[in-house]
Design a protein around this ligand. Sequence first.
Ligand code: NAD
Length: 403
Amino acid sequence: MKEIVILGGGYAGLRALKFLQKSKGGFHITLVDRNDYHYEATDLHEVAAGTQPAEKILYPIEDVVDPDVTTFVQATVEKIARDKQEVSLDNGEVLSYDYLIVGLGFRSESFGIPGVEENSLPMVDVKTSIAVHDHIIEQLEDYKETQNPDDLKIVVCGAGFTGVELLGALNDARGEYAEIAGVAPERIELYVVEAVTRLLPMFPESLADYGVAKLESWGIKFLTGKPIKEIKPQTVVYQTNAETGETAELTANTIIWTTGVSGSKVIDESGFSARRGRMMVDSDLRDPDYRNVYLVGDCSAVMDPESNRPYPTTAQISLVMGELAAKNILAQLSGRETGDFAYTSLGTVASIGNTHAFGVVGTKTPVKGYAASALKKVIMDKSLLETGGSKELLAKGRFDLYH
Ligand code: NAD
């Protein structure tokens, strides 16, 4: 019997699993993930801010696994040996495969900036997002003793998609933070330090400006055109003048790092010809060197023929990739041609807090305000339904279906 190994129970991996399981085509599947749960990576900022408990954004991987076809192994992937068709795990197990789907996700990218690892908080998975929230609460509680205004300050590094959504959620939580520290809400200071001046290039400029203006109207301070050069303990060092290299410092007891991501380090460490953990795949998502290996999600880069650039890394795209990898393995198994990646965006929406958002429906139509926020929830629920199933949607979906 043929063996299909899927690495990673994220959006792409679980979508591939669901699709393959449906076909029950005389193969066995092994799914590997370090956790026994799947999490909605697009909601991590809410866990970090504390506007949503972690349990609400995850569900057990077992809920998606059909034990007649699939074995789930909870372990961390250490290395992929494509020449031997083997995957080594941290529990000492070595898995052999006929077909492999690699969907190992992303990690935080520090770009080699000194002090990032030691002095700022990443927000890349459930554990690190809970750690951000715990850290914020600890500083607020400390404030009652120290009266140090830096305990009330939160700096987000990088105003990309993640940074902006995080700022919205932090603003939602401001009242609660103020209560914990025993101060007025406006004493909770939220900053973002960003290298460029034209933010959120995935949106038309007027929409990006709308988002920034909204956040500023809530008192969030934007320092734009200020590349971060170093993170010292409780201090962000940023450049104020590109010509002279002059820098300034912003002190805060919570510094959160959201300046971008790269693909899993397993990709780099396993000799894939990848850049920052992201491998350029063929149009059918296969590794150009190994015709039985597919890369999907954030560790995969597939060319968008329209823009002549790789598609961005988003949950929506990961879902489409997962399904195509599964379809293409079925095609290979039955001697058919593999299909090419094609993608039509449902829309791209950035939430800023629970009731505001901005973005585009489809590829063009702009939406803002509450309507955009509702649309975002529809897109999220669609993903939840397609990956997890109706049980997950009822338990975790944002729409209350009973009212
Ligand atoms: P990003 O690359 O979108 O944004 C990072 C930001 O950090 C950029 O604005 C960049 O200019 C800034 N930056 C980089 N280095 C800096 C420095 N030294 N100093 C100051 N600023 C610096 O990264 P992200 O927000 O982590 O998102 C990662 C990926 O995930 C993106 O492709 C994004 O589109 C995607 N994403 C999608 C959604 C969604 O569709 N709902 C949500 C979150 C993230």
